[in-house]
Ligand binder design. Structure first.
Ligand SMILES: Cc1cc2nc3c(=O)[nH]c(=O)nc-3n(C[C@H](O)[C@H](O)[C@H](O)COP(=O)(O)OP(=O)(O)OC[C@H]3O[C@@H](n4cnc5c(N)ncnc54)[C@H](O)[C@@H]3O)c2cc1C
Length: 290
């Protein structure tokens, strides 16, 4: 794979409406790449990791950068809402701290200004911070094509490394996260070599608590498998019981056994396996404030 600052040639398409964009996606299929903030796409083009004939840039479609919350519908994040916007949103910080923390730790201020939350989910990197957080919070990706819209649960969205539940003729319009109850809490943590690096390991949890008892839980980890993954064995251990130090140590051991990390430039598999349990324990404590 060559790496150059010179981009390959492609035709840049700038639809003015979502309906124009999905027409283009239908017409060009796998010959086109969608571009939102471009912080992943430009790198992929530079590395020749993608060689599209067409790039469908969404930036000129108006009013796609919304972030809305209602008690009935929960959180909705438009395709052009950036990590910076999400971090500025007080409702997100209060009600969806795991996603807020993931967006706040994503890259540098310059990257957060351009990077969209939807782009992070659609890139589906195993170390994508919002992928891990959203998997713990639950929700869905809304995809549009010329035949209409469909909603895919985040649980079914990440299929394998670089493989997502999106057809080539579809464009992601928004993300939906369910409303949160008053007794709900969540957190996201990641380990990096330096602050701006991608995660070596990340963990996110969302819990519904009744005092110290956990009524419901979703837990996810990043950079320990080909995609961000739910840690269902840990969820089963936590659900319906009181959270104690002993339980958290058992959860940590289970997490380290369940993950299947690889060696790469950022870390070794052994290190990732070891610290994933520690991070799992810490993220639960961070969510419960203990
Ligand atoms: C220096 C640097 C640091 C970074 N640090 C981090 C980090 O700490 N944590 C982290 O998680 N990521 C990090 N990233 C990766 C990147 O910034 C994020 O993944 C970002 O959220 C991608 O959003 P974007 O809008 O730039 O997406 P783009 O680059 O525009 O697109 C990303 C992918 O999603 C697809 N896509 C985007 N929008 C749509 C849509 N609406 N419909 C269909 N497909 C779509 C594109 O085709 C592409 O495959 C970093 C990148 C750089 C360059």
């Amino acid at each position: 794979m060559s790496n150059s600052r010179i981009l390959p040639e492609f035709e840049l398409l700038a639809p003015k409406t979502m309906s124009e964009a999905v027409d283009m996606a239908a017409r060009y299929g796998d010959r086109a790449t969608v571009l939102a903030g471009g912080t992943d796409v430009i790198i992929m083009l530079e590395k020749n990791a993608v060689k599209p004939e067409y790039v469908i840039a969404l930036g000129e479609i108006p009013d796609l950068d919304y972030i809305t919350y209602s008690k009935a519908d929960g959180l909705t994040i438009g395709a052009l809402a950036t990590a910076y916007q999400l971090v500025q949103d007080k409702k997100v910080k209060k009600k969806y701290p795991a996603l807020w923390q993931a967006a706040a730790s994503l890259g540098s201020p310059q990257i957060r200004n351009a990077a969209t939350i939807v782009g992070n989910i659609l890139r589906a990197s195993p170390s994508g911070d919002c992928c891990c957080a959203m998997l713990a919070l639950g929700g869905s990706v809304v995809l549009e094509s010329t035949s209409g819209r469909r909603e895919v649960s985040i649980d079914d969205f990440f299929i394998d490394y670089g493989k997502i539940e999106r057809r080539e003729d579809e464009i992601a319009v928004e993300l939906k996260l369910p409303p949160v109850e008053d007794a709900s809490t969540s957190a996201f943590l990641r380990m990096t070599r330096m602050t701006f690096d991608l995660s070596k390991v990340s963990a996110a949890v969302s819990l519904q608590m009744s005092g110290k008892k956990c009524k419901a839980v979703r837990m996810a980890m990043g950079a320990v498998a080909p995609t961000a993954i739910r840690i269902k064995k840990a969820e089963t251990m936590l659900e319906g019981v009181t959270i104690t130090e002993k339980l958290l140590s058992d959860v940590a051991a289970t997490v380290s056994r369940q993950v299947k990390p690889i060696d790469d430039v950022r870390s070794t598999a052994d290190y990732r396996r070891e610290v994933s349990g520690v991070l799992a324990k810490r993220v639960i404590k961070a969510a419960c404030n203990v």
